[in-house]
Design a protein around this ligand. Structure first.
Ligand code: SF4
Length: 414
């Protein structure tokens, strides 16, 4: 008889009617995101963070974690995914629909980690939490022999329990302290997000967050997803959302002025933990690696990075050749027109979608951009709120689009 893959039995399978009603994106167990190949076969979280991304897919009311499939089956789906590459693909566990350290979820987290480690895989693994991490948890993480694990603690100094109920307790800060006390091969990042004017941007709050991050390997800061679904929820709680109620964005909002104040606060604090704008930069630095997203190609991001890390990224940076690019596209089974390094630092593609672009980006550690969702100077991965593109930039993009059209036609004729 064939074994049916299972795993820990701490959670029930989601009832069929609930599963059938899930948004298609929530129902996807494996997705490819900028930070890595993401495993999410457990849905449900009681922590009620007002800015939670689950609002976007109508899933905020699932408070009790449920399995979408047995955990061993999910592991097979992860390592069997067409984009998964040993040593190369960064992995994210439970970053979409639950917190990995909730009591019912944690046995599954450790089961997955052990199963991957037992296979000898040394991929980077990102685990984002704001919940309780104990010394015993750290002992388990430290017992792994191959995987390169980073714990990212979401802590932003928000004190308004309507925005973040867990802010009433000290659980996140005490967990980060515990993790830092017991870490060696495991790395710890203070994930300073979301930073929002009026919520947590006072000098005193920034100072408090930075002091918490003093023991971490890196601090990564970012903004808030300003989207209709979470804005409506927050308004209903009586919370002021300080961005235009008619101007929503697919990228996080971090105006230039707020970015500058964060960096000034970090410089003035005397905290020696390096500060990063990008998750992959903080994680890569913590593991003594060049950035796996190739942000060295977006040089304005690097002005706050330690010089030794800049040298590491610079030495690693290389432009893919056409034949290498073709080979990787074919290896993943993709096709796209492309324009390699026309401006330096990135490859333009068209129509691949995020889930196909990022495996290519991680393979080359080089930025792969989408023609229809261009990045602008100082607004990489950010909404344009507080970052107006110049006429010169718009003209540059128009010129790229023209060249791209020519390349596309050439490929089609070919
Ligand atoms: S040098 Fe730039 S790309 Fe490399 S880790 Fe630092 S900020 Fe990121």
């Amino acid at each position: 008889m064939t074994d049916i893959p299972t795993g820990p039995r701490t959670l029930a399978l989601m009832p069929v009617d609930q599963r059938a009603a899930l948004d298609p994106y929530m129902a996807q167990i494996i997705t490819y995101r900028k930070s890595g190949l993401s495993l999410n076969h457990i849905i449900g979280c009681p922590l009620d963070c007002g800015y939670c991304v689950r609002h976007f897919w109508g899933d905020f009311e699932h408070k009790t974690p449920h399995l979408l499939c047995p955990t061993d089956q999910a592991i097979d789906m992860l390592v069997g995914h067409q984009t998964f590459r040993p040593s190369i693909t960064p992995i994210q566990l439970f970053n979409k629909a639950t917190d990995p350290f909730l009591p019912g979820v944690k046995p599954h987290l450790f089961h997955i980690l052990q199963a991957l480690d037992d296979r000898g895989l040394d991929n980077l693994v990102l685990i984002i939490t704001r919940f309780r991490v104990t010394a015993a948890d750290m002992a388990k993480l430290e017992g792994l022999r191959h995987l390169r694990v980073t714990l990212l603690f979401t802590y932003s100094g928000i004190t308004d329990a309507r925005v973040e109920p867990i802010a009433k307790s000290t659980v996140t800060v005490s967990s980060l302290v515990t993790a830092c006390e017991h870490k060696s091969r495991t790395k710890v990042v203070l994930y300073w997000r979301p930073i929002v004017p009026g919520w947590n941007d006072s000098p005193e709050t920034m100072r408090r967050v930075l002091d918490v991050g003093d023991a971490a390997d890196a601090i990564v800061f970012t903004g808030y997803y300003h989207k209709p679904e979470n804005a409506a929820y927050l308004h209903a709680q009586g919370v002021d959302v300080p961005y235009d109620a008619a101007d929503f964005h697919r990228r996080k909002t971090m105006p230039a002025e707020l970015d500058a104040r964060v960096i000034d606060a970090w410089r003035a604090s005397g905290v020696t933990t390096p500060l990063f704008r990008k998750t992959s930069c903080g994680v890569s630095y913590a593991h003594d690696l060049p950035d796996y997203n190739g942000h060295w190609g977006v040089r304005e991001l690097c002005d706050i990075c330690p010089v030794a890390q800049q040298n590491l990224c610079a030495a690693d940076h290389h432009v893919p050749s056409c034949s290498d690019f073709e080979q990787v596209l074919q290896g993943f089974g993709y096709s796209s027109p492309y324009l390699i390094d026309a401006e330096g630092g990135h490859v333009w593609t068209h129509g691949l979608g995020e889930q196909r672009r990022y495996p290519i980006q991680h393979t080359f550690r080089h930025q792969i951009w989408e023609l229809d969702q261009p990045h602008y100077l100082h607004a990489h991965g950010r909404s344009l709120t507080g970052h107006g593109p110049t006429d010169e930039e718009r003209q540059r993009l128009a010129a790229i689009r023209e060249r791209f059209t020519i390349t596309t036609r050439f490929d089609e004729d070919d």
